[in-house]
Design a protein around this ligand. Sequence first.
Ligand code: CU
Length: 142
Amino acid sequence: MLTKKIALFGLLAFSTLTQAGQTIDVYRDPSCGCCKAWISHLRDNGFTVNDHVEPNMSAVKERLGVAPRLASCHTGVIDGKFVEGHVPAEQIKLLAKRPDLKGLAVPGMPMGSPGMEMGDHKDAYQVIGLTKDGTDEVIATY
Ligand SMILES: [Cu+2]
């Protein structure tokens, strides 16, 4: 009986933790300013960010399967999926609903994306999902 109660308590504690926000690992070059601004955007939206300074970003991208056509500055990892570039937090929150994707990307560094704010200047950009078969899918347009 006592062990049952302990198990139940453990379960409740765990579900409270997962509701508190998701954790994302972010790899970035030491000199990248817009990467830090994107990390702030994630924290403002409830993510717990583990910030990793990484001198060899191309090796990280290759290891995580980020296709070169999708590459940007920083690379995040959440639940084993990559989040490449200045992807808005709201799109990362939806990623759990897409088990068929290897990751999300905003290729390049479009002005006006989270962490790339430059006054009123806003470029149109797309959030691309990379499927497990290796094809690109437009997930959202901003
Ligand atoms: Cu950037």
